[in-house]
Design a protein around this ligand. Structure first.
Ligand SMILES: *Cc1c(COP(=O)(O)O)cnc(C)c1O
Length: 384
């Protein structure tokens, strides 16, 4: 039996290991000097002013919503073609979630669908406070068009860039926040770079960065200039609001600093592998990922779409052959939790068609040319 090929996995070097070990031998295991070092490195990489590192992208999405003032009575819109966290962040804040359908070519948020839904919502007074576009599979969304609609209809934009650190849009790195309010990254091991568990929010707004930093650690401040009462000195801190413990540790951040050095290399390898797939799959009966000319994808995933009636059989045949294909995503609005909130099938037809047809092929920097040939050969057999 040949080796099992997972759909994604981390790539850890001896240098990464040494960086983590150095923290273990140092004075601080958490919230020491490596956290700001990691934050500055990511902010510099993507050209944003501020970065706040936390223990997951889920936490970063939650803090981003809190920083933008999302609360009970408010509405957040996202797409169904995403991981549940893109929607759950609103529910943590007591807000309502609604879903915008995706584009049939990019599989990202459909700008025409967004515009139409906004026009209707303006009439009924049900406009969203926040919209969360998701850079599916590593491809940025149509940020300028979404930004223009944000200005017209008065909502904030949180980019869920969990798949797309290292990608560019109009030559600009994802995370610059030129066309958004806050951008969130994930460093889960299947993502582009990893910290084990971890996430980070970037923004150009100092107040939101400050708010997220305070809420990350219980709503506590130790900053003398911010005290509401007389400062009693070294032991003194004040809790100003109800925060959480979403801190990242220095151990995780050290892995992040080290991994970030190889981000461009990882993205280059992922692009090479994706192009190799593009060529090898060109004549098969399937839809390949479409990347718009103004984008460079980070290729977190390489999803293809096949006949829905064949998907179960092809999926099983690939898994039996030791190939870790997967499905990204079963539409979030049809998850039992959201179904119970009233969402029915037929609500987002494009995302539902995608969910029924998609098959994610393995893609990660340790995938070899031989692995790729094996995957393509198995898929060719399974499809014919
Ligand atoms: C992975 C992922 C998240 C959550 O990331 P965590 O760091 O695991 O919390 C959120 N959104 C999307 C689109 C993801 O793929």
């Amino acid at each position: 039996m040949s080796r099992f090929i997972p759909y994604g996995r981390q790539n850890i070097s001896e240098e990464d290991i040494a960086a983590v070990c150095a923290v273990l031998r140092s004075d601080y295991l958490t919230q020491g000097p490596v956290i700001p070092q990691f934050e500055q490195a990511v902010a510099a990489h993507c050209g944003a002013r501020h970065a706040v590192a936390v223990n997951s992208a889920t936490s970063a999405l939650h803090l981003a919503c809190l920083a933008l003032g999302l609360g009970p009575g408010d509405i957040l819109w996202t797409v169904p073609n995403t991981f549940v966290a893109s929607a759950n962040c609103a529910r943590y804040c007591g807000a309502t979630v609604d879903f915008v359908d995706i584009d049939h070519r990019t599989w990202n948020l459909s700008v025409p669908a967004l515009r139409e839904k906004l026009t209707q919502a303006a009439r009924t007074g049900r406009l969203p406070k926040v919209v969360v576009p998701v850079h599916f599979a590593g491809q940025p969304t149509e940020q300028q068009a979404i930004h223009a609609l944000a200005g017209e209809f008065g909502f904030k934009v949180i980019e869920d860039a969990s798949h797309s650190i290292g990608a560019t849009h109009q030559g600009e790195r994802v995370g610059s926040c030129r066309w958004s309010d806050i951008t969130v990254f994930s460093f889960h091991p299947v993502k582009i770079i990893t910290t084990g568990e971890g996430g980070l929010a970037v923004t150009n707004h100092p107040e939101w960065a400050e708010k997220m930093a305070v809420l990350r650690t219980h709503g506590i401040t130790r900053e003398p200039s911010r005290m509401l009462r007389p400062n009693e000195g070294a032991w003194y801190y004040e809790q100003h609001e109800l925060g959480l413990n979403y801190r990242l540790t220095d151990l995780h951040a050290a892995l992040g600093v080290s991994q970030l050095k190889r981000l461009d290399e990882f993205v280059a390898i992922r692009n090479q592998l994706a192009h190799a797939y593009d060529e090898a799959l060109a004549t098969l009966p399937l839809q390949r990922p479409y990347v718009r000319p103004e984008n460079r994808s980070a290729y977190h995933l390489y999803p293809v779409r096949i006949d829905a009636a064949q998907r179960r059989r092809v999926f099983d045949a690939m898994r039996t052959a030791g190939i870790g294909v997967n499905v990204h995503y079963c539409p979030v609005h049809l998850q039992p939790y959201y179904h119970a909130l009233g969402f029915q099938s037929g609500y987002c037809p494009e995302a539902e068609a995608h969910g029924a047809e998609v098959l994610t092929l393995p893609l990660h920097p340790l995938l070899t040319a031989d692995d790729l040939t094996r995957i393509v050969n198995q898929l060719t057999i399974a499809l014919c």
